[in-house]
Design a protein around this ligand. Structure first.
Ligand code: FES
Length: 271
């Protein structure tokens, strides 16, 4: 009956008013999921010219690296050679020590890409170091499995800070170590772990971490960087247990016998 007495426009206006009131009431009691204040940083995305990193510093690949680049480019059709931007940036970083603006510009020239496209890649992926790092770049994984596994990554981070005298993101005064806290490096089963240059050191304890850093410091200070003396990567000795990879610490727990597949097949001819 009400629908006949009240004109349609008036009914709609009443409904909108009631919805708006409800939505205001809901907003009053809605709390944001996160209370962490937003901190905007331009550190990851912005380049500022410095005396050691500006476009007027010449960069070109060595003959050896040019040969490697030719090999890489053979994997891509000529019209898609810009797909090689990531491996080329990696070659540039290994040659120059970090991914400077000149490295990026040279990669853009070689791949005939707008430099901005190369900058976008280099600033998106954290493995491209756009500032110089020490001889040994220590990346400590602090994601949950490493935080909870073994002695925990907090202890490993603290050990590194004490041993090196720097905090995450800094390089030691002698230029030997750069320390950085990073997210999961994909070796969670051997937690806690760190990546040093290209190698993983796993199943760490404060003692093994300290020994590792001391050994690397000695290598860096030796006259010709005796790489043979760099400690063996992989799982370190953990409470007397040396794992080869990521097998269970107490040893094999399953698949002890050679599997006899014939014993498990049907004999009536069916699969
Ligand atoms: S959480 Fe540390 S390697 Fe995955």
């Amino acid at each position: 009956m009400a629908s006949k007495l009240i004109p349609s426009a008036a009914r709609q206006a009443t409904r909108s008013l009631s919805r708006a009131t409800k939505s205001r009431q809901t907003q009053q009691f809605t709390r944001p999921l996160s209370t962490t204040p937003q901190r905007r940083s331009e550190a990851m995305a912005v380049h500022r010219n410095t005396p050691i990193n500006n476009p007027s510093i010449p960069f070109s690949f060595t003959d050896q690296n040019k040969a490697i680049i030719d090999e890489i480019l053979k994997r891509y059709p000529p019209q898609y050679k810009k797909a090689a931007v990531m491996p080329l940036l990696d070659v540039g970083q290994r040659q120059h020590g970090f991914t400077s603006i000149s490295v990026m510009n040279e990669v853009a020239r070689l791949l005939q890409m707008p430099p901005m496209r190369v900058y976008e890649v280099a600033t998106f992926y954290s493995m491209y170091n756009r500032d110089p790092v020490g001889k040994f770049f220590v990346q400590v994984c602090t994601t949950s499995p490493c935080m909870l596994g073994g002695c925990g990554s907090d202890v490993i981070m603290k050990t590194c800070e004490e041993e090196l005298g720097v905090h995450s993101g800094a390089t030691t005064e002698d230029g030997i170590f750069t320390l950085l806290e990073v997210e999961c490096l994909g070796a969670c089963v051997n937690a806690p772990m760190v990546q040093i240059n290209d190698d993983y050191y796993e199943d760490l304890t404060p003692e093994t971490m300290r020994q590792l850093l001391k050994a690397l410091r000695e290598v860096a200070k030796s006259t010709n960087m005796d790489l043979e003396k760099i400690p063996r990567p992989g799982p370190q000795v953990y409470e007397g247990v040396q794992r080869m990879t990521c097998e269970p610490r107490p040893g094999k727990t399953s698949l002890h016998d050679v599997y006899d597949h014939k014993a498990h097949l049907r004999t009536d001819g069916e699969l």
